[in-house]
Ligand binder design. Structure first.
Ligand code: ADP
Ligand code: MG
Length: 671
């Protein structure tokens, strides 16, 4: 129960069924259609063990309307007795038409007769050792004991939104044990007034906790970081080989304004792949360093972190800034030296992986923390960062960066405790990337395209998917692709990068590719999403149907970073039936139709739901259980408007509401 998060009575009451079983009636077998789950009463007419194709118990039953074969692959001798010929049983299972006639695999059964249920029977999500029957009883008694007194403020009960909702007690009683006459569709799509109530309450709890966190943050103190006229910031800007885009300038100003306030910044910088977030981060860092404080920059992978490190060193060390480097794979001696630089304050900027937030790392005075690809960090890591970095009563400013843009509606309403800056413009001179979807059977043509790019001095990525369960298989795939391409492209250096390689080898391969010596890079590693090689102009993604939409977009963003016309080829392998699944098709279609990260994010939200944007996957704690941000926009709007008023006028109710809904998860939601 603890594993399921079922600790308090209210947790039990809010543990809603996954689905229901209808044990309120007996169906006639003849009326059941294929795949129906039915309860029947019938007489056993035969019961025997057969051995083909494997050992199984086959039982035929007849209810007067039709017959059905019950099949059990695992069974006890006692079951044969209970299913002896002539016995009348009540059984329940899924009807399938099959070779043997209509069958049911492993139905449940008991002697016929006995009362029928008066409500639908709930089926709860559970863990291995916890039987449904036990969980049902626990939920029922938890539901009885839980305090479900209304926590909506007095005025809220009579808005257009709330009038149609049921009160909480009634809604929960109903959802756990709905009457058989309910239209199941309204439970499945959660449009039923009982569901409306739950979703509204959940969204309100989320809004309250976020808005509360924001108010608390207003009482925290952070260092005031001001750029010096003619200082590092201006020098870096003057030394850049390009001018900032209007969008980069604007978000730079937004960040600079935040850093001037004595309240810790909590800002998300979102910009499509290739929009130039790194330089914006570097400029923010210079303001911080100029003001005499340290800045930390974290990236999710070592290769990405190292790439930032190299770039930042080349920008900042000429200006006299010491840049330190921290990573998990570092030699002890080097690490100790780096830690000393950080602790003494000699290092103005610290770049690294999550090694930057480990316990051993002590900053002299951290003023600004920057997290790149923030959605790839878990919530727990973000919390560790915030906890760690409190300095003498002052918190550092926090800048998070992401190339997976949060759809605007989501950003505005869900992240109440986050300011969002958006780079909505690519640097000039970029040409649109042409995207083609090509069946795997036409690989040869793709090799032709590769040769054409190589002939123009361009470089090519070829990405193979990595699926954890079948890492070995995928590795073979990548190795074979690597061999085939090496053979097909004589005279071209074709490299291979995969996740099992030692880091030093990975780095050597990356260096060859970055320097331009290597023409084609075959990679299973989709983690290195931030790499920046402007000369690469063709991206081939094998088994594109296995990737998520935002992943595909990220990968595609590795090309089109220079002025050369670039292309992305999505190779797909059709399924057994010769076709692509529906969502895979929707994803590939979206990729062809748009190159705009925001549009991609919107479609992704549509296809898959919002979990990914919010980092829920990594946290292991789904942030919203009941409401759906893509569709429940009206409820969200209602909650967003109600929350500040409630915090002002009914703080006690607000606290009770949040604790009822979030319990110990409240902290997580603030991260
Ligand atoms: P991302 O936002 O994906 O992290 P990067 O910061 O890696 O993008 O920038 C992508 C490329 O564009 C880099 O090579 C960078 O130097 C270049 N770049 C950034 N800003 C500009 C600009 N204003 N004009 C021209 N090139 C730019
Ligand atoms: Mg980047």
């Amino acid at each position: 129960m603890r594993k399921l998060g079922l600790v308090r009575d209210i947790d039990l009451a809010l543990h809603l069924p996954l689905r229901y079983e209808d044990e309120t009636r007996i169906s006639r077998l003849v009326d059941a259609r294929d795949s129906d789950v039915v309860q029947f009463e019938a007489v056993v007419t035969s019961c025997e063990i057969t051995y083909r194709p494997r050992r199984q118990l086959l039982v035929t039953v007849d209810d007067g309307s039709d017959t059905c074969v019950l099949r059990f692959f695992s069974f006890y001798p006692s079951m044969q007795k209970a299913l002896a010929v002539g016995t009348r049983i009540r059984g329940r299972g899924e009807i399938k038409g099959g070779f043997l006639g209509r069958t049911m695999m492993h139905p449940t059964f008991k002697p016929a007769g006995g009362e029928l249920a008066s409500a639908l029977t709930p089926v709860y999500s559970t863990v291995a050792a916890l039987p449904q029957a036990y969980l049902r009883r626990a939920v029922l008694s938890g539901l009885g004991r839980a305090d479900l007194a209304d926590t909506l403020p007095p005025g809220a009960a009579n808005t257009r939104m709330t009038r149609a909702m049921w009160d909480l007690r009634r809604a929960l009683d109903f959802l756990h044990h709905p009457t058989p006459d309910v239209a199941l569709a309204t439970l499945e799509d959660r449009s039923h007034p009982a569901w409306q109530r739950l979703k509204a309450e959940e969204l309100l709890a989320q809004q309250l906790s976020q808005q509360q966190a924001r108010r608390e943050r207003d009482h925290l103190r952070a260092p005031v970081l001001q750029a010096q006229p003619g200082g590092l910031h201006d020098k870096l800007l003057a030394g850049l080989p390009f001018a900032l885009t209007g969008a980069q300038q604007r978000v730079g100003d937004e960040i600079a304004a935040d850093l001037l306030r004595q309240i810790p910044m909590h800002r998300l910088l979102q910009g499509d792949v290739g929009s130039g977030k790194t330089v914006v981060a570097a400029l923010a860092a210079t303001i911080c360093i100029d003001a005499g404080w340290q800045c930390a920059l974290m990236a999710p992978t070592e290769i990405l972190a190292e790439q930032h490190f190299r770039k930042l060193i080349s920008w900042l060390e000429p200006l006299g800034v010491r840049v330190a480097w921290l990573t998990g794979s570092q030699k002890k001696k080097e690490r100790t030296a780096m830690l000393a630089l950080v602790q003494s304050g000699e290092a103005g900027l610290v770049v690294g992986t999550h090694a930057v937030i480990q316990d051993l790392v002590q900053f002299k005075n951290l003023g600004l923390a920057i997290i790149d690809e923030q959605h790839r960090f878990g919530v727990a890591q973000r919390l560790a960062l915030r906890g760690k970095m409190t300095e003498a009563g002052q918190e550092p400013h926090l800048l998070m960066m992401t190339a997976t843009p949060i759809p605007r509606t989501l950003a505005m309403s869900y992240y109440a405790d986050l300011e969002v800056s958006t780079i909505d413009e690519l640097p000039p001179g970029r040409t649109a990337i042409v995207t083609k979807v090509v069946a795997d059977t036409r690989r040869d043509e793709v090799v032709g395209r590769i040769s054409a790019q190589l002939a123009q001095g361009r470089q090519v990525y070829w990405v193979c998917p990595l699926i954890e369960e079948s890492e070995a298989v995928d590795l073979t795939n990548a190795t074979q692709t690597h061999e085939a391409l090496s053979e097909a492209l004589p005279g071209t250096m074709v490299g291979l990068l995969h996740s099992r390689m030692p880091l030093a080898e990975k780095k050597a391969v990356m260096t060859l590719f970055t320097s331009g010596a290597m023409g084609v890079l075959v990679s299973t590693t989709v983690i290195e999403v931030g790499v920046d090689v402007p000369n690469a102009s063709l991206m081939v993604i094998e088994h594109a149907e296995r990737f998520g939409l935002s992943q595909l977009h990220q990968l595609r963003g590795r090309v089109g970073r220079g002025a050369a016309a670039s292309a992305c080829v999505l190779l797909y392998a059709a399924g057994e039936n010769g076709r692509l699944g529906e969502t895979a098709r929707a994803r590939l279609k979206a990729m062809v139709e748009t190159g705009d990260g925001f549009e991609i994010a919107r479609r992704d939200l549509e296809i898959r739901g919002p979990g990914e944007f919010l980092g829920a996957r990594q946290s292991g704690a789904p942030l919203l259980r009941f409401a759906d941000l893509a569709t429940d926009t009206e409820l969200l709007e209602w909650a967003r408007e109600l929350a500040p008023d409630m915090l002002d006028r009914n703080p006690g109710l607000a606290a009770r509401h949040v604790s009822r809904w979030l319990g110990t998860r409240a902290e997580f939601l603030k991260a």
